[in-house]
Every structure is written in structure tokens, then in C-alpha cells.
Design a protein around this ligand. Structure first.
Ligand SMILES: NC(=O)c1ccc[n+]([C@@H]2O[C@H](COP(=O)([O-])OP(=O)(O)OC[C@H]3O[C@@H](n4cnc5c(N)ncnc54)[C@H](OP(=O)(O)O)[C@@H]3O)[C@@H](O)[C@H]2O)c1
Length: 353
């Protein structure tokens, strides 16, 4: 990890007690650039020290450093440099602008503003230049702060491998079938009598996100807007009885069909700003290609590089499909809290924070 600076930015977490909020607490412990200074949740939790308010479910010990901070209901505080938001989308819709308006940048996981035209939707390796939308947003809305977002948790594991393939060979169409973990539904999540020994073939709103967010992420910055990538996308999303880690089967057709070896090489060589600038939370390689025929598996591979690397395997082609593979990402780390922290690191690296 990068050397600790003495003037760390003071950060708050909105939705600190939930599935994503708990990952923020885990990942911000000892962060060299960000110092946790405020925790927010609902009336249910407000007024209690964090260790009492939270039902800790992350499979590592609850860090002591946040335990005595008293949880508050959300309200902008003057001494904050930024907030990470892990609020339910409806709450985010009303609450995040209040912070941005008060001059506090909001780095959000929520879906409320992801597709709003003046709000950047970011994966630092994929589209770091889209942060230019922040200046447009501030000018248009008169906000001294801003909102920047990370994608849906299943989108990150799809788009990270798509990016180098699209750049090298031009993607025409993608079909994706996801197998998404229980923690993706937040806490407490689907009850055991429903999800146990079962697959739920419907996650409300998820397929729409899988079919729209990648087009913005892979799109081109055109002045004060993003022109969507011209790719045909089709998605089927399933919830499965897995604790953490979203798996997806991906089927791609290209303008310039690569061999499987060429595609594998493009994935292995892929690096972005987080790697070249050595941002504190960057994985060494954003996409790791596994060679064993039965990998990736959530239980074995979701924690690769502290949960920040996407693992890919089973690369092959057939008569219908130029390239197919299985991709796996940790939904509450690379798909949520880790994604937002890496976004904040990118913004600090670019001098925006
Ligand atoms: N889970 C994932 O894998 C994932 C991935 C990417 C993005 N996201 C997005 O991230 C956000 C959080 O998801 P999650 O899974 O962490 O949800 P969650 O487990 O249900 O947690 C929700 C959090 O919001 C707080 N909250 C609820 N109502 C509130 C209110 N009226 N005022 C203030 N705080 C309130 C809760 O506090 P209390 O404990 O006090 O109720 C809790 O801290 C959602 O927008 C979700 O779509 C989730």
C-alpha cells in the first residue's frame, strides 16, 4: 500500500451498516489517502456507536477503528471532504444532491444517477476520461460538489474484460447470463427458505442495467456528453445460493474475429491508469485469465488480489459464438465498495478531489 499521508481527506459513509457499507469499513481501514470521520444510516441505527448499530456479516473480524463512531442520520457536515454512498437507490435520489449542493463530492454505488447524462459512470481502468462530465455537472447545476457513480455489481465483471476486447477487435454483440450472489440483494437478503437449494431466475431491474450501463461505460466522451458504444446487448440475470461473488457466462461476436489465443493475450496484457499510477486499491492486473478448466469459482477465486481483480476462464469459441468465457467478480468489493474507493483514488490522482 502507498505511504500514509498526514493530510488524509475526511470521508463519510452513507448507508454504513449495510452490505456495501460494511465493506467500506473493511477497505478504508488504514487507507493512505482517506480517513473515516462520519457514519450515516437510518433512524434505526442513529445515535448508536457503530459496533452496536451494525450486524457485522463480512467474513473478516469487524475493524475496531470504526466501532466507537456514533451513527447519524444523513446530513451534510462542513468538515467532510467527500462521502461514499451505499444508500438504497430511492434514498440516494433525494439525499446525494443535498451533499453535492453543500459542496461535498458524493462517490456513489446507488443506481439513482448512473445513467444521468451529466453524471460520470466510472470504472477507472475503462473510462477515466469520463470524469470530464463533473465540470459540466457543476456548471449546469451550480453545485460546488458533485456526484460520480460506479456501475451495478454485475456490470463491473462484464465490462472489465469487454474493454480490451472491444478496443482490439470491435465487439458487435454480447449475450450474458449471470449467476449472482445473495449479498448482491443487500442485508438481510433473500431468506434461506427461498434461496436455499434454489436458483431465482429474476432480479428486478437487473437485466435493464446489464443492457444499458456497459454502453455508457464503453461510450465515447463527446463534449459535454457520452455517446453510447454501438453494441447489441442481451442479458438474463439469476440469483443463486452463493454468499459473495457474481459469475457470468459471456458470449461475444466481433467485427474482426480474434482467435481464442489472441483474445486471451489481449485480456492478459490489459492495464489502465490504476495500475500505471499505482493507485492504492488497484489490483496488479484488472483481469486475470485462469487456465484450469473448472475455474473461476466464487468460493476459490472471488478474493483474488483483495477482491479487486476479475477472474476469467473457459475461453473458447464455437459455431455460433466468436468467443465465450466465464467471468467472476467480488460483488461487494470490485462491484461496490472497492469500486467506489478506486473511483475516489482516480479523482484524487486527477486533481478533482
Ligand atoms: N450489495 C451489492 O452487491 C451492491 C453492489 C453494487 C451496488 N449496490 C448498491 O449499493 C446500495 C446499498 O446496497 P446494500 O446492498 O449495501 O443495501 P443494504 O444492505 O440494504 O444497506 C442499506 C443501507 O442504507 C441505510 N438506509 C436505509 N434506509 C435509510 C434511510 N431512510 N436513511 C438513511 N440510511 C438508510 C441502511 O441503514 P440501517 O441499517 O440503519 O437500516 C443501510 O446502512 C444500493 O443502492 C445498492 O443498489 C449494492
Amino acid at each position: 500500500m502507498t505511504k500514509m499521508t498526514t493530510d488524509r481527506l475526511k470521508v463519510g459513509i452513507l448507508g454504513a451498516t449495510g452490505a456495501v457499507g460494511q465493506r467500506f469499513i473493511q477497505l478504508l481501514e488504514g487507507h493512505p489517502w482517506f480517513e473515516l470521520s462520519a457514519l450515516y444510516a437510518s433512524e434505526r441505527s442513529a445515535g448508536k456507536p457503530y459496533h452496536e448499530a451494525v450486524t457485522w456479516r463480512v467474513p473478516v473480524a469487524q475493524p475496531a477503528y470504526a466501532g466507537e463512531l456514533v451513527v447519524q442520520t444523513p446530513a451534510p457536515a462542513e468538515d467532510l471532504d467527500l462521502v461514499f454512498s451505499a444508500l438504497p437507490s430511492q434514498m440516494a435520489e433525494t439525499m446525494e444532491p443535498l451533499f453535492a449542493e453543500a459542496g461535498i463530492p458524493v462517490i456513489s454505488n446507488a443506481s439513482a444517477y448512473r445513467m444521468t447524462s451529466d453524471v460520470p459512470l466510472l470504472i477507472p481502468e475503462v473510462n477515466p476520461e469520463h470524469t470530464a462530465l463533473i465540470a459540466t455537472q457543476q456548471a449546469k447545476r451550480g453545485w460546488p460538489g458533485f456526484i460520480a457513480t460506479n456501475p451495478n455489481c454485475a456490470v463491473v465483471g462484464l465490462v472489465l474484460p469487454l474493454k480490451p476486447l472491444h478496443d482490439a477487435f470491435g465487439i458487435e454483440s454480447v449475450r450474458v447470463v449471470t449467476l449472482q450472489a445473495k449479498s448482491g440483494a443487500g442485508y438481510p437478503g433473500p431468506p434461506p427458505e427461498i434461496i436455499g437449494d434454489n436458483v431465482l431466475p429474476y432480479i428486478p431491474g437487473e437485466e435493464e442495467k446489464l443492457q444499458s450501463e456497459p454502453l455508457k461505460l464503453l461510450g465515447a466522451l463527446a463534449g459535454d456528453r457520452i455517446e453510447d458504444a454501438h453494441i447489441i446487448l442481451s442479458a438474463q440475470c439469476n440469483r443463486v445460493d452463493v454468499l459473495d461473488g457474481h459469475t457470468a457466462s459471456v458470449f461475444i461476436n466481433f467485427t474482426n474475429r480474434p482467435s481464442v489465443d489472441q483474445a486471451s493475450e489481449a485480456l492478459r496484457a490489459y492495464k489502465g491508469i490504476p495500475q500505471t499510477a499505482a493507485l492504492p486499491s488497484a489490483p496488479q492486473w484488472p483481469v486475470v485469465v485462469l487456465v484450469d478448466a473448472d475455474r473461476p469459482q466464487p468460493k476459490l477465486d472471488r478474493d483474488h488480489d483483495q477482491g479487486m481483480a476479475v477472474t476469467v476462464g473457459r475461453l473458447r469459441s464455437d459455431a455460433l459464438t466468436d468467443l465465450m468465457f466465464t467471468t467472476l467478480s467480488h460483488n461487494t468489493i470490485r462491484g461496490a465498495a472497492g469500486a467506489a474507493i478506486l473511483n475516489a483514488e482516480l479523482l484524487k490522482h486527477q486533481g478533482i478531489l
